[in-house]
Design a protein around this ligand. Structure first.
Ligand SMILES: [Zn+2]
Length: 309
């Protein structure tokens, strides 16, 4: 059995975002604290004792405090159930939390060479000494099994694959430390329980649902899918910014090319949106957008939600 905890369901900036006065952020600060979401990350475990994070968000410290499954074991002076972190991209909201894991607990970082090259070229990440924190390259389309601290298999297989997306925002117009060419900046993950064969997908960033991707997702027990924006021009329409969803590498939920329509009718056990931006009206429990998403079989998770498969 796999256990999966949603550590954070929000997009970069979270809900509320520190400098945002939009309707959702205002409500989240005041009368509707249930709207709050930290930045996107999940934790997964096959044995309940050892956990692997998918991405380390800037809110990781807060997420670890809020998640009893990730507290140090009783009676141990120094301990963490966190055995590893799988990175799906090099954005701030996926890697900054690594800096909150600098107090000497050993764990493994699993990431594509393009993302590792970003960590390796930023000296601030040297705070995670190579002695304690192994950086393990992962390859596109090559499944691997996560390892427990003793080196034994964790019972969880991960298959990374390339999805349509963009490189990290802070590298736009700059030289990528791994060079200009190549896939691997945005990964989707298939995560499988070796014991049961059941699997789920994690795609917190995805610009398009291709036919290949549809075929891949069919038959999954669950998916966590890019829920950044409801509509592509949402930030512009709300006066919050000048970027479209597509411009940021994110598909919209609605519309003929949106995630809801493109993934309709597929045999998927549980469909959940993740990486939901604070501009997205789907966060509001009584909005038409929430009703439409739920009617189409999608869930809008709250932080801390646990599922098993
Ligand atoms: Zn906002």
């Amino acid at each position: 059995m796999l256990r999966v905890v949603v550590l954070g369901a929000g997009a970069g900036g979270g809900v509320p975002q520190w400098n945002c006065g939009c309707a959702v952020c205002r409500k989240a600060r005041t009368e509707q604290p249930e709207l709050r979401r930290t930045q996107a990350s999940i934790a997964v475990s096959a044995d309940g004792d050892h956990w692997f994070l998918v991405n380390a968000s800037p809110d990781l410290r807060q997420q670890l405090i809020a998640t009893p499954q990730l507290h140090p074991a009783r009676g141990k002076l120094r301990h963490s159930p966190v055995a590893g972190v799988i990175l799906t991209n090099g954005e701030i909201d996926a890697v900054a939390g690594l800096l909150s894991m600098r107090e000497g607990w050993p764990f493994t970082i699993y990431a594509h060479q393009r993302v590792l090259s970003i960590l390796n070229s930023n000296s601030i990440f040297n705070v995670l000494s190579e002695k304690n924190v192994r950086r393990q390259p992962i390859e596109l389309d090559q499944a691997f099994e996560l390892a427990l601290p003793a080196g034994t298999p964790a019972g969880i297989e991960v298959l990374p694959f390339a999805v349509p997306g963009k490189g990290a925002w802070y590298l736009e117009g700059k030289a990528h430390p791994a060079g200009a060419d190549g896939e691997g900046d945005t990964l989707g993950l298939r995560i499988t329980d070796k014991a049961s064969g059941k699997h789920f997908y994690f795609l917190a960033a995805c610009a398009r649902v291709t036919d290949d991707l549809k075929a891949r997702l069919a038959g999954a027990s669950a998916i966590f899918f890019d829920g950044t924006v409801w509509r592509d021009d949402e930030l512009i329409a709300a006066g919050l910014g000048n970027k479209t969803g597509q411009g940021m590498g994110h598909i919209s939920m609605s519309g003929a090319d949106g995630a809801i329509e493109r993934l309709a009718g597929l045999d998927i056990g549980r469909k959940m949106f993740l990486h939901i931006n604070n501009s997205n009206p789907v966060l509001l429990g009584d909005s038409n957008e929430r009703k439409a998403a739920e009617r189409a079989g999608w869930q809008i998770p709250s932080d801390g939600m646990e599922i098993t498969l």
